[in-house]
Write a protein that binds this ligand. Structure first.
Ligand code: CS2
Length: 493
């Protein structure tokens, strides 16, 4: 077969080889502007929209991607070359692979190059929703105080020059201001990040920013804009060259940035939209009045379970989450963390069998074909742990519940941040905005055992809790003395 590039002109040839969009992409109206076009957006929201478009009865919900950072230039350029299409490669646990070309995105704007175009796009009357995957760290708030971080230089700059926005808050306010001036109804802000009450968080932060910039606009946003909370789920590892090679070998297709994911997919959304929404219930999205039980369960079990395996696995030398799950000590440790420390704080959730949910997580994590790297899971732990793990620990401290498992993770994270190498003496790939601070705070751990906890924006007042401190110090001593994380885990289970 002739090797062909993924783009519009080649679709007639490609369609015989791999499922391609059957809807007319030229007719797509961009009803959604999405900020943060990473792998997860492309395996999840864009895939749901694609399925809806495949039903051929609405062309109003195309997606215009937006990248806020210079680092988004690459994905923007690749998507443009591919007429905004990409291949989604679904890796089943039994080794079956199903791939298809997704066409829901039909434009992309890089904010650093064209901030005005981004504002105009968000302010356009066709745009009904601005959705976000800007990561847990992207909301610009202090996890301990819950306050907006006005010290961020980008925030300061955009408050001084509202026509030159830099962060999500600058863009949202500039666009909403324009809509209001032009008499256009506002869009819905749809947060799709792994934060409990993600919509409430987006709302609170945007209102705080807007109040500082333009109190009248803030009042209008408060009254008119909607921020549904959502629970999003699909494990999406970092794309590796193997994915590209697979497409080339199997379909003679060149896709410069495909997305790999698991078969499982879930999206639970609060049904409160300001300006209409796509009928996503037709493709399996659950619309509910209150998403809280779902999001708490997912973040405290799935995301925290990932972090547990990721941090401990990285120290031991496991490279992937499925390799951790093949190791009975790791699998047993994670399950006991869930059973002894998370289940008690979740209580019962109406309509959900938590035991079955935990079983399904074990199966999903064990999928040998996903090969989700521990370095992806550990990336930005400083933003993740305050949302995934520390609240569970705090609730157990308050209820006199078990704290050993979560405490071992924090002590292990100190060791990980200090050492920078695993137990096989191989360098750790640490990706974290706070990497240097973490390293400095951890490096005296053997003398100043509590020094790591001084980063109160991560740990809050944990250092003031006698029971926690006692357990933490014991683990710090053992980890440094033994240099064998697996042995310590084994002793706990
Ligand atoms: C992971 C998530 O980044 C992480 O720490 O736990 O990306 C996880 O894979 C997704 O939330 C799954 O829906």
């Amino acid at each position: 077969m002739e090797i062909i590039q993924l783009n519009n002109d080649n679709i007639p040839k490609l369609i015989a080889r791999i499922p391609c969009p059957t809807y007319n992409r030229q007719e797509l109206k961009p009803g959604i502007v999405h900020v943060g076009v990473g792998g997860f957006h492309r395996s999840h929201q864009a895939y749901y929209i694609h399925q809806l478009l495949e039903k051929h009865d609405t062309m109003n919900w195309g997606i215009c991607g937006v990248g806020l950072r210079e680092a988004d230039r690459k994905i923007g350029a690749i998507l443009k070359r591919q007429d905004y299409m990409y291949t989604l490669i679904v890796q089943h646990p039994n080794g079956t692979i199903s791939s298809e070309v997704i066409g829901a995105i039909n434009d992309f704007l890089l904010a650093v190059d064209s901030p005005d175009l981004v504002i105009d796009k968000m302010a356009h009357s066709d745009t009904k929703i601005v959705s976000l995957t800007i990561t847990e760290g992207g909301y610009n708030y202090n996890p301990t105080t819950g306050n907006f971080n006005f010290d961020n230089p980008d925030i300061q700059q955009e408050l001084e020059q509202p026509d030159k926005p830099k962060t999500i808050y600058g863009f949202l306010t500039a666009a909403l201001k324009k809509r209001r001036a032009n008499g256009i109804a506002p869009f819905t802000v749809l947060s799709c990040d792994n934060i409990q009450h993600n919509g409430d968080m987006a709302r609170k932060m945007l209102l705080t920013f807007a109040q500082k910039q333009d109190p009248e606009l803030a009042e209008w946003i408060e009254k008119e804009v909607r921020f549904p909370n959502t629970m999003v789920d699909r494990i999406t590892p970092v794309t590796t060259p193997a994915a590209m090679t697979h497409l080339q070998h199997t379909y003679d297709l060149i896709d410069e940035w495909p997305v790999v994911c698991e078969p499982f997919i879930q999206w639970v959304v609060e049904d409160k939209f300001a300006n209409g929404r796509p009928p996503l219930e037709r493709v399996g999205v659950q619309f509910v009045a209150d998403v809280s039980p779902y999001e708490k369960m997912k973040i405290r079990l799935l995301n925290a379970g990932h972090s547990v395996l990721g941090i401990l696995g990285a120290i031991h030398g496991h490279l992937t989450i499925n390799a951790c799950m093949e190791d009975t000590v790791f699998a047993g440790f994670m399950r006991q963390f869930m059973d002894k420390e998370v289940s008690p704080v979740l209580g019962t959730i109406e309509g959900i069998d938590i035991e079955k949910y935990k079983d399904s997580l074990e199966e999903r994590f064990a999928n040998p074909n996903i090969k989700d790297s521990v370095s992806r899971i550990c990336s930005e732990s400083s933003a993740k742990l305050p949302k995934f793990l520390i609240p569970t620990l705090q609730e157990n401290l308050a209820n006199n519940g078990s704290i050993e498992f979560a405490t071992l993770i924090l002590a292990a994270w100190c060791y990980y941040s200090d050492k920078g190498i695993n137990e096989q003496n191989e360098p750790l790939e640490i990706i974290d905005a706070m990497k240097d601070d973490l390293h400095i705070a951890a490096k005296n751990a053997q003398d100043d055992k509590l020094g790591f906890l001084d980063q109160t924006e991560i740990f809050g007042n944990l250092k003031g809790n006698v029971r926690f401190v006692k357990t933490y110090v014991t683990f710090i001593q053992l980890i440094y003395k033994e240099g064998n994380i697996r042995k310590l885990m084994h002793e706990l289970i």
